[in-house]
Ligand binder design. Structure first.
Ligand SMILES: Cc1ncc(COP(=O)(O)O)c(C=O)c1O
Length: 366
């Protein structure tokens, strides 16, 4: 039995490794493993979300809400937009990207991604017959090479993905640059991925009132501490949102995810403290890694940072393997297009874990 042509040609996506996998592979205790590989919130979810999940458990024999009104209202309030400008997804921001693709992509369309960036855009859009066209991040200058985007625009370009702060570089894109790209290309959807915007304390959500070709991606997997519940949302003009609602999976947000999301947005103390602690951890890791010979670390506006390891004599996979043996998970970026085999990405942890990580890193490199 043959699959669709595109499926025959596709490779599986390579996600960050989990604590369970590493515990099993290296004979370690799961609770001793420090996970700096997937840009999560290391302080756990909001206690209010946990309580709400417990209370909702006995109702899981019933289908979830399909309209999600209460949650849409909370998101609109949190994002300072109108409820008609919000869509919620139940497999995280990844579902939002999938619904965007289903709504706008025709076979043969092109989309532009400056590399390196989040690889899931390509993984999803290819499934709908779209072709990735690569622009570039200037890694020497640590900024988006805007001209490389203009050079790649063709009559077939349907979307441009701009991640800000960018995963994995941690770099912001200037609002003026986004405005310029959107205004010069009214027929192209400019998708701004703000999965990590809270850590940068900058948002471009005001651009959705100015432009009907801007879409903002957001997630509850990062600062909001709900990666395991898989909740994402998108912000755009109401016409885009209305099109997307026509084809979005109706029950993708489970009852438990719904109440977890609702109660996290209502817990502003938790959100503020997650941002504050995340920024402190980022600063600590940046300062300490910068002092280690042979490592070059990018300054970051996110909850992770990109590190060049070439001068240590290790490749990224060798270094990641050595760290894993000692119970530390980092992201080996070898599978990221636009990077060679000498880059790893680390994300924030509790200060205690950060200190242990730095100790282990020094031990491996010495
Ligand atoms: C830039 C970026 N966008 C989107 C996502 C997807 O997030 P979610 O967990 O909500 O699917 C991620 C996850 O790591 C990400 O790094």
């Amino acid at each position: 039995m043959k699959a669709r042509q595109i499926v025959e040609e596709m490779d599986s996506y390579v996600p960050g490794r989990s604590q369970d996998e590493i515990a099993q592979d290296f004979g370690l205790k799961k609770e001793d493993i420090i996970k700096l590989g997937s840009n999560e919130n290391p302080w756990g979810p909001s206690p209010k979300a946990l309580k709400a999940i417990e209370e909702e458990m006995s109702a899981i024999n019933r289908y979830p809400e399909s309209q999600l009104h209460e949650l849409v209202e909370e998101i609109a309030k949190y994002s300072d937009v109108d409820t008609s400008q919000v869509i919620v997804g139940g497999d995280g921001a990844d579902e939002i990207i999938d619904v965007l693709a289903k709504t706008f992509i025709d076979n043969g369309d092109e989309f532009i991604v400056p590399l390196p960036s989040y690889m899931y855009y390509e993984y999803l859009l290819k499934q709908y017959g779209a072709k990735p066209v690569y622009a570039r991040w200037d890694l020497d200058e640590n900024r988006l090479d805007v001209d490389s985007i203009y050079e790649k625009i063709s009559p077939k370009t349907k979307m441009i993905f701009l991640c800000s702060p960018n995963n994995p570089t941690g770099t912001l894109i200037e609002k003026e640059t986004l405005r310029e790209i959107a205004s010069k290309n009214p027929e192209i959807l400019i998708v701004i991925d703000e999965a990590y915007f809270e850590y940068s304390e900058v948002t471009n959500k005001d651009l959705i009132d100015e432009f009907d070709n801007i879409f903002i991606i957001r997630t509850m997997s990062k600062v909001l501490g709900l990666a395991g519940m898989r909740i994402g949302y998108g912000l755009a003009c109401s016409q885009i949102i209305e099109y997307m609602h026509r084809i979005k999976p109706v029950f993708s947000l489970t009852r438990l995810s719904f109440v977890a999301a609702l109660n996290t947005f209502r817990d502003s103390e938790y959100i503020e403290s997650s941002i504050k602690r995340g920024i402190e951890s980022r600063q600590y890791l940046y300062d300490e890694v910068s002092k280690i010979d042979g490592l070059y670390v990018f300054p970051s506006k996110s909850n992770f940072m990109l590190i060049r390891v070439k001068d240590t004599g290790f490749t990224a996979s060798e270094l990641a393997h050595e760290l894993m043996k000692r119970g530390v998970i980092v992201r080996d970026c070898t599978s990221f297009k636009g990077l060679d085999e000498y880059w790893i990405r680390i994300s924030i942890c509790t200060l205690e874990e950060d200190e242990r990580f730095i100790e282990i890193l020094k031990e491996v490199l010495s």
